[in-house]
Design a protein around this ligand. Sequence first.
Ligand code: SF4
Length: 373
Amino acid sequence: MNTLKKLKVLGESAKYDLCNYVDPNFETYASGKIPGVYNSTSPNGHCMPLFKVLMTNKCSNDCKYCINSKSSKLERYEFTPEELSNLFLEYFNRKYVEGLFLSSGISDDIDPSMEKQIEVARILRDYGYDGYIHLKILPGTSYDLIKRAMSLANRVSVNIEAATHDGFEELTSTKNYKIDIIRRMKWINRLSKKDPSLAPSGQTTQFIVGASNESDEEILKMTHELHNKFEIKRSYFSAFNPIENTPLQDHEMPHPKRTTRLYQADFLLNSYGFSFDELIFDERGNIETEIDPKYSFAINNKELFPLEINEASYEELIKVPGIGRVSANRIITLRKRRKYIEKLEELKQLGVAIKRAEPFIKLNKSYQATLNF
Ligand code: SF4
């Protein structure tokens, strides 16, 4: 079998697995020029081209949104671990990529399929490759194999796909939500706590947004819980995309801004210290798509604003639209050196997005703009 042909199919199939925030308006694949190369953002924020590919598109599961599900009529391909590791090293040595993101369908039983991915990582580590490897943990993988995968990978992930047991059951009949997914996440977390050298960049997960009838409220409740309980570093939101010849081919696509708003709300919850009750949902449990969730919070809590910049705490400052964590820290630092910040221009230099922030702040008791709530 021609390796390039396999690479084109299995690299293309891997695009549904996210390992960074994907702006729907931005082409993240390297324009298809080099199959399998994907521009990603590393855990430390560095932009990193990854070799992103499936080990195989054979699969015994029946996920209704997935082109590789067992009922799909398509040509099936599979790399051997030796083939895939050689291909990766060729890309790496030519400086096409800086890391590997490896996922797979389930061609045999679960563990033998997972072993093939682990074998790729083992070959690379034995060769002396010490760069970034992200391994997808297949649903239902045994404890010992998860531990082995974590000993070789920088990061691992189990795709949760849905926020609720019922939502998950709408999507597949061959995987068990509590056992194959949640229990595996728990094991990963437990292993990481016991030995922090295992998968030191932690675990992530992915939701398919819009494939089942789950609300944003249900999705965010779950991401928050996963973050708190299992220290999930990042939840990725993959917008459901109906694929021809799958059971969900006629299912409606989600609103184009839905995943962006979910990322923003998730960020507020898990990085900005917002409580779940501070997020604003409509009567169906969804976030407003036309305005961002922080702005929505501000206009729904007008009694908190305008906020005096010279007196506000860090926690209050980061609730202001247009003030992020970096600019809030800079404001606090500057206030320690000087008594007052007096001009909008100074805030601008500290990184505040003035147009957004103006209606919500006061400087030395003066209103900066009026907001018509
Ligand atoms: S487990 Fe589900 S999502 Fe993954 S390849 Fe198989 S059918 Fe597709």
